[in-house]
Design a protein around this ligand. Structure first.
Ligand SMILES: [Ca+2]
Ligand SMILES: [Ca+2]
Length: 627
């Protein structure tokens, strides 16, 4: 930590609230006020300046000792929708600790994310629209952030915070895209988009699994969610005496839906569809862990000055149509919103977000109904933690720190655009309008053509586009400007090979850059040996000799190849070898020049192409010798 942060008692409206001197930057004694924080009228601003100056002058000395940047714990669960919480009206699920947090928090009731995993994480980490960052799909080489993207962890880390990431990352499995390459000083995570998916440690199945700690695989005992929260407590304990930023992103309750029966059995009689009891059990287990973590924060004396955020990454992935169950059965709950995960109707991207920070006045169970988005958390958290936005960081998000403290300040966010570029199954290349939603006030423009008014049509049943041509024109103009701005950045992001941070690099078919269609990203698909291949976009970090090893299953599986011949195309040259009977892999040793290239692999049977090497290791052996 550099410098000492002062916290000041300020009269604010009709009550006294301890707020951090907003954007008071303490560099060499200079005091800078951020205009966008105090965005009320001039009279209000002048009053605030006066009060802050007065309080700085009169009371700062006695509060310096216990004042610090607040800690931040950002908890995000996976595939839990707005309605998968008891306090939101779900009549079946039990979430007592989430309900308690809800009762004690500032709730964002009109909070929007992306329709599924990776894009929400990209927006959360950068404060920028996912398409702009390069990470806007969940596979197909489009899950990684462009190299010039800075993350919230970079910024907190540069400001002197201890930064930690635990759980699901889903923004790239290889250097320079791993969480430890992106500003997190301590990481414990699983690869790919879920525990047990293709590029995750082979054989992981939620129980007693192997995860990656700071670049080294480590075997754990217990259930994934319990381990993530245990590790969160350990991180907090280690860093309790300095400000920390902890990003805790559970893989649960994403499928496959596995949890100890202790958690799912209570739902067996009330949740009748196939995996519903397990889905709810996974959430109740998260809830239990949240309760344990909050208890621990209290024990350590950190609960009051930690900004604790609970949110989810997209609409629910669970529930079942009424028609498929006996009359009167419970079929899931989504607060009467249309759509769920992977759709751009409200149920796909409106999710819970609770902020709790007693010292900062975020407490007591209040709703903030203004339009907010995942994009806004980066600038808002920087504001709340008195960290200046780096000059070269240009977020699409807006700080709502001032708005949530004073509802009289006008809504900060004008509109928000959600888009699932290429549709749920990536049926075609990215196109404007495809699976998009423009949100402004009560209006929702879907795919550029359907219009809904949430004031009278919460469930988006009546398309009233024909009645409101002016609204359509206005919202279409907003979308056009968005597309013009983000689409040039929807370009391949390369993975490093020959980077000393990770050598060898294990590439997975999950990252094949296909023009459309999802590549094999799980073992259900890979075990069928689909007859497709695709290019990995790589950045060769140094001229030299490389060994490239082709496999159909990960090294740990040690299974023989089902192939007669293998070929490799890289740096414009194609190489071929025959496969020896019973061997689990083939090697190629090639010289590669530094720079961008593509790697394409192919196995052959009976002279017919038979799918690529779903797993390929690239190892830098030695530098090119001078001629
Ligand atoms: Ca998700
Ligand atoms: Ca296991």
């Amino acid at each position: 930590m550099q410098g000492v942060v002062q916290r000041n008692d300020v009269f604010y409206g009709d009550y006294i609230e301890l707020i951090p001197a907003p954007s008071l930057m303490r560099s060499h004694g200079n005091v800078i006020f951020s205009e966008h924080y105090l965005s009320g009228n001039h009279t209000m601003k002048n009053l605030m300046y006066f009060l802050i100056a007065l309080v700085c002058h009169t009371t700062s000395i006695q509060i310096v000792a216990d004042a610090a940047h607040p800690n931040v714990i950002l908890i995000m669960t996976d595939d839990q929708g707005y309605g998968d919480i008891a306090c939101h009206g779900n009549p079946v699920i039990k979430t007592p600790y989430i309900d308690q947090l809800h009762a004690e928090s500032l709730r964002l009731t009109n909070f929007h994310v992306s329709p599924y995993c990776t894009p929400t994480r990209a927006a959360l980490m950068t404060g920028r629209y996912p398409a702009r960052t390069g990470a806007y799909r969940t596979s197909s080489g489009r899950t990684m952030l462009h190299r010039d993207e800075q993350t919230i962890a970079n910024i907190f880390s540069d400001a002197g915070y201890a930064t930690g990431m635990i759980g699901k990352w889903h923004l790239g499995d290889n250097a320079p895209h791993r969480p430890q390459d992106r500003g997190f000083q301590e990481v414990l995570w699983h690869r790919c988009g879920g525990v047990g998916q293709a590029s995750d440690y082979y054989g992981n199945d939620y129980f007693d699994d192997t995860y990656e700690r700071n670049g080294v695989f480590e075997k754990f005992t217990g259930y994934c969610t319990d381990i993530w929260f245990n590790e969160a407590k350990s991180f907090v304990e280690r860093h309790r005496k300095e400000p920390f930023f902890l990003y805790l992103a559970t893989n649960a309750p994403h499928g496959p839906y596995r949890v100890d029966p202790e958690w799912s059995e209570p739902y067996r009689d009330s949740v009748l569809w196939g995996n519903g009891a397990n889905f709810y059990g996974m959430i109740t287990n998260i809830d239990h862990n949240l309760g344990r973590l909050r208890e621990y924060l209290k024990e350590l004396g950190l609960a009051e000055n930690t900004i604790l955020i609970f949110m989810t990454d997209n609409g629910t992935s669970n529930g079942i149509p009424k028609s498929e169950l006996p009359a009167g059965s419970f079929h899931g709950f989504n607060a009467n919103m249309r759509g769920k995960k992977s759709t751009v109707y409200e149920g796909g991207h409106r999710v819970p977000c609770f902020l709790h920070w007693p010292v900062g006045g975020l407490k007591g169970g209040k709703d903030f109904d203004g339009l907010t988005a995942h994009l806004d958390l980066l600038p808002t958290l920087l504001d709340l933690c008195e960290i200046q936005l780096p000059q070269d960081h240009d977020p699409d998000g807006f700080s709502f720190a001032a708005n949530i403290r004073d509802e009289k300040i006008p809504a900060h966010r004008h509109h928000y655009i959600a888009q699932l570029h290429g549709g749920a199954g990536f049926h075609h290349p990215e196109e404007p309008w495809d699976t998009s939603c423009v949100c402004k006030g009560p209006w929702r423009l879907i795919n550029g053509t359907e219009l809904y008014d949430l004031r009278t049509d919460h469930s988006q049943q009546n398309n009233i586009a024909e009645d409101h041509p002016n609204v359509i024109t206005e919202l279409r103009d907003l979308y056009e400007a968005f597309w013009k701005s983000v689409s040039p950045r929807m370009e391949p992001v390369a993975i490093d090979v020959g980077n000393p941070l990770e050598n060898p690099t294990t590439l997975c078919s999950q990252d094949w850059y296909l023009p459309f269609g999802n590549p094999p990203w799980n073992f259900n698909s890979i075990n069928r040996r689909p007859s497709i291949t695709g290019p990995w976009h790589v950045m060769v970090q140094q001229d030299g000799t490389y060994r490239i090893t082709l496999r159909q299953l990960p090294k740990e599986a040690n299974t023989p190849l089902v192939a007669e011949r293998a070929s490799l195309t890289v740096a414009g040259e194609t190489h071929e070898v025959n496969v020896l009977d019973g061997s689990s892999h083939v090697h190629f040793t090639v010289n590669l020049p530094a720079g961008k290239t593509e790697i394409i692999t192919q196995f052959w049977n009976s002279n017919e192409p038979d799918g690529g090497a779903y797993f390929t290791d690239v190892e830098f052996l030695e530098a090119k010798h001078a001629p």
